[in-house]
Design a binder for this molecule. Structure first.
Ligand code: SAM
Length: 293
């Protein structure tokens, strides 16, 4: 049996699949606090553990400072946020994200480290965690369907690797893509995907759909056998589709594709990693003048 490509393992059954995306930023985990620590929230707000358990069903786990920072920045409704070191978390905000310092000061409650660790699958170096309301599917579907579309939708066709999916959502957010749609069984809101995406699920529309349900628009499906991307201009309303790490594009997606597009690659190299393929393709689209601003 042929060995799988390097980004095919581990798959969605393994919780720890994030390739180099677990540390969303290269920023220090904690820095000395430089300014005054905003006051602790009022007494009725300081019983976070029961609140955590009350809200945990169906909520989005924001694991670490950067995920919480991004989620707040992009309008997430945060139900509860805890940290084992409030001064360090607010010092990070002061240093790296002063725009959300006040909001984080109002949200974050300090709990003992053991309490924090009991709430998350794997403690994060910043010892920050929060629960946010998952954006409504109806709202996301409306956003994905809205026309005229000014930025592409990224379609991951039956992805397997949670880390890849997170990295792609982060890319989509960075490039101002309309959204990320996955087909197949991977849950794009899985905590490991949210962790890999650094909380940027709130900056774009993320949903799982079948190929039949994809939004309208021309499908440019990425495949090494396609037409060289350098000869193409990708339109703003494109659906940019990428195959699974293991087996490439599914027959259903191929049947829906209007164009097959190849990324330049030397002979004898079989393929690129899924997330890097998305990065190159979004960059190619943006180089013609699409978002970001
Ligand atoms: C890891 S590759 C899939 C490799 C898989 N073994 C196959 O048979 O295609 C994941 C996806 O990245 C995209 N991709 C990777 N390299 C590409 C290239 N050179 N040109 C276009 N797309 C590429 C394709 O969408 C592909 O389905």
């Amino acid at each position: 049996m042929a060995a799988p490509d390097s980004d095919t393992t581990p798959d969605t059954n393994s919780p720890d699949t994030t390739p180099d995306t677990n540390s969303p930023d290269t920023t220090p985990d904690a820095v000395p606090h430089s300014g005054p620590v905003p006051p602790t929230p009022p007494a009725q707000e300081t019983a976070p553990v029961p609140r955590w358990h009350r809200h945990s069903d169906g909520a989005v786990l924001l694991d670490g400072f950067h995920a919480l920072k991004h989620a707040v920045r992009f309008g997430a409704e945060v139900e509860v946020a805890v940290t084992a070191d409030r001064a360090a978390a607010l010092a990070l905000a002061d240093e790296l994200a002063p725009d959300v310092l006040e909001a984080l000061a109002a949200l974050l409650t300090e709990v003992p480290y053991a309490t924090y660790a009991s709430l998350v699958p794997r403690p994060h170096p910043t010892a920050v965690a929060a629960l946010a309301v998952r954006p409504s599917r109806a709202g996301n579907l409306a956003g994905l369907a809205r026309t005229p579309r000014t930025a592409p939708v990224v379609v991951l066709d039956q992805p397997r690797n949670l880390g890849n999916a997170g990295a792609v959502i982060r890319l989509a957010a960075g490039f101002g893509a309309t959204g990320v749609v996955t087909t197949g069984t991977l849950d794009p809101w899985h905590p490991t995907v949210v962790r890999g995406g650094a909380g940027l699920h709130f900056a774009t529309a993320v949903e799982r759909l079948s190929v039949d349900e994809l939004p309208a628009g021309p499908v440019f499906a990425l495949d090494p056998e396609g037409e060289d991307i350098r000869a193409l201009r990708l339109p703003d309303d494109a659906l940019l589709a990428f195959g699974s790490e293991r087996s490439g594009l599914s027959p259903e997606l191929r049947a829906r594709a209007d164009h097959l597009v190849a990324l330049p690659m030397r002979p004898q190299v079989s393929s690129y990693n899924l997330a890097t393929s998305v990065a190159m393709t979004l960059y190619h689209w943006s180089a013609a003048g699409g978002a970001p601003v």
